[in-house]
Design a binder for this molecule. Sequence first.
Ligand SMILES: [Zn+2]
Length: 346
Amino acid sequence: MWQVIGQTAVSYLQHGLEAGTLAHAYLLVGPPHVGKMTLALNLAQALNCQAAERPCLECTSCQRIASANHADVQVIGLTQNEDLAEAKLIGIDQIKQIQHSASFPPFEGNRKVFIIDGAELLSTEAANCLLKTLEEPTDKVTFILLTVNDRLLPATVVSRCQRLELPPMSTSEVAAALADRGIEPERTRLLAGLSHGCLGWAISVAADDSLLQQRDDELNRLLDVITADCEKRFAYVAQLAAHFNQNRGAVYGVLDLWLDYWRDLMLVKTGCTDIITNVDRIEGLVEMAKGYRLAQIKAFIESIRAAAEQLRQNANPRLALEVLMLDIPKKEGEENLATRLLVKHG
Ligand SMILES: [Zn+2]
């Protein structure tokens, strides 16, 4: 009863479970909301399940893991610990605490499972400390590291784990899974496109209208920024940058929204309107595409990608986003902000 669908990693783990050949450490790699945490919890359930067909999701053990009440299954990460809301990295203390816990036998289940969410955010000290534990696997302990990008982890840590990739599903696979859940066709098409192959995201948005409303509001703010003067653009950036330290995911989400929108502009410009993501914004996209040349749109898409990459490499968020604001292309017959500033300051 694995809850993740369309991923070969599931059949791989199922086989390992049946053959008794599971590794002591896994690294699940895939984009946000693709199902890494769901799969990690399912594996923890399978390892501790009391039924014949594991994971059953119904026995006491499976249910206690699902409700985060199982003594032998622990999730560590930045978002799991409220007192670490200001922290930017997973610290060595969190890893030492796991090591301490791992030195005792399972309390109520068959196996202790430690899930490290956002493993790319391990501090160097923490990663080195974890490495020692991974190098000396203990019986009855399984580590599951989750990451969006394993290149941001030390190669030594990656080499000690069995790496399983969870690629995004195709849009049609997500659409089919949403239709199976009884979601209406128009909504299915929009959510499947916006999901980028991450079914978990699509399901959570389908269940909560406010999330789609938030996306609408954010998109409107971004469109306002395009026509705003430099004062307003920089005020927007200051607000976004201040938000970055508390919630990196939200800022990456805003950049993804931009990327989708400008990619759609490119598709409209090249006549590929049938494969755009923001299907509910088609009229605005067609109108806006008239104002730009294809080369301008492509260049700005590159600027958005560069800004996101710089943020991932811990560049100053305000600076990276300000540069992005200056790169917004001018519409035909209008000079862009960088030129305007140059003129203004001589
Ligand atoms: Zn069970």
